[in-house]
Ligand binder design. Structure first.
Ligand SMILES: O=C(O)CCC(=O)C(=O)O
Ligand SMILES: [Fe+2]
Length: 387
């Protein structure tokens, strides 16, 4: 097992293993979660960047090169940022009130092998504040500057994806006791067997992970990243109102389990480059089994077809301009362009899997790049099958 280092300077203890623990989440029902401090959230508030932003630059961003990856692996040389303050406490309360409303839990809750409880696709209908926040030009400009590339939300369905982990006070204490007991037995295999979100690469180029829970007493809860050389490093998780930006399509990562708190609710919004000229390696592997398929396929097709329209228009302009300038037709260049667009369409055809072939909650292994993580996953499957 590779050594684990911490990228951040702050001393965050490693969340150790819990042998037989089962994180309690809302599988099916809505847990009791404190939604608001008296009154704020009942008022309908519109997102206003001048009131709701508390942005401060991250202390550091780590490049792909620093993580041991080639600079041209992704769509930007930036790999991951340290956590940075983004939204005001009022904004977070407003987001919590929208996200934790009954309608969202009834209509938009999903669960998969990778993560036990997620809320998805609710923002346009049920969470106008969340929806507007992530489409706000000032917010997009902040995210883009840190990411090193101009970004837009990948599609409406992915605005405000929520990962939920909740436990009662009693479960929290039990989990802590189990960890202490395990540490005494010194049985650290270096593997978090009950992470909040297991090892994966994201389906989309960039994510912004925003914390909606109070993490003052949280132990763990960081993001583990796998470097180019196989080493595992950790980035400090964000505090309430803070965020982390990660080029998650190109870096295997895992959201480590959090101890010492009764809830960890994170909001993960996914982004793609604004420019249609930049490659779009988006896949639907991790999201197909936890989505309204019709909605996901429609939005994926819509933005990819728009990209294609723009690319074709741009290419037409180029060939007409050459003609006007009395230059020869660029046969080689145009053929290359055609091949790239064929590959672009073939990629779409592969990602849009027939509805009856998609199993709810079941993710295959194509989101894992490294052989040892694939093996770790099959060991875990075997272990779960026994219980
Ligand atoms: O909850 C988090 O910290 C983010 C987890 C993650 O990597 C994901 O949802 O893709
Ligand atoms: Fe992720």
């Amino acid at each position: 097992m590779a050594a684990v280092q911490t990228l951040s300077s702050s001393a965050v203890p490693t969340p150790p293993l819990l042998s037989a623990s089962k994180r309690q989440t809302a599988a099916g029902g809505k847990p009791l979660i404190q939604v608001q401090n008296a009154g704020t959230a009942n008022k309908k508030v519109s997102f206003d960047a001048s009131k709701h932003l508390r942005f401060k630059e991250p202390s550091k961003v780590h490049t792909m090169a620093e993580l041991g990856y080639a600079e041209n692996r992704g769509v930007s040389p930036i790999g991951v940022s340290e956590p940075f303050p983004l939204f005001s406490p009022d904004a977070i309360q407003q987001m919590r009130a929208e996200v934790l409303g009954d309608e969202v839990w009834e209509k938009h809750q999903y669960s998969s092998e990778l993560a036990q409880c997620q809320l998805r696709g609710f923002a346009p209908d049920c969470a106008p504040f969340v929806y507007d926040a992530w489409r706000n030009p000032e917010v997009l400009s902040i995210i883009s500057k840190i990411a090193g590339v101009d970004l837009v939300p990948v599609m409406d369905f992915e605005i405000g994806h929520i990962n939920i982990s909740v436990q009662t006070e009693e479960e929290k204490n039990k989990a802590m006791a189990a960890v202490v007991e395990r540490m005494n037995r010194d049985a650290d295999e270096g593997e978090d067997i009950d992470p909040i979100v297991d090892w994966h690469t994201d389906s989309y180029p960039f994510v912004c992970v925003t914390m909606l829970s109070d993490c003052t007493n949280m132990i763990g809860g960081e993001t583990a990243l796998r470097c180019g050389n196989g080493e595992v490093v950790k980035v400090r998780g964000p505090q309430m109102g803070s965020a982390v930006i990660l080029q998650g399509r190109y870096i295997e990562h895992q959201a480590l389990r959090a101890l010492g708190t009764t809830e960890r609710i994170s909001m993960v919004t996914s982004f793609r480059p604004r420019s249609s000229a930049i490659k779009d390696d988006t896949v639907l592997t991790t999201v197909r089994p936890i989505s309204d398929l019709g909605e996901l396929y429609l939005q994926f097709s819509e933005y990819r077809f728009e990209m294609l329209e723009e690319r074709l228009r741009d290419m037409n302009r180029i060939i007409r301009d050459r003609k006007r300038a009395r230059r020869q037709f660029d046969t080689r260049g145009v053929k290359q362009f055609i091949r790239e667009q064929i590959a672009f369409l073939e990629h779409m055809d592969r990602e849009i899997v027939q509805d009856d072939k998609v199993k709810k909650g079941v993710v295959d292994d194509s989101h894992l790049v490294s052989e040892d993580l694939r093996q770790q996953r099959s060991r875990k499957r075997a272990r779960l099958a026994k219980h």
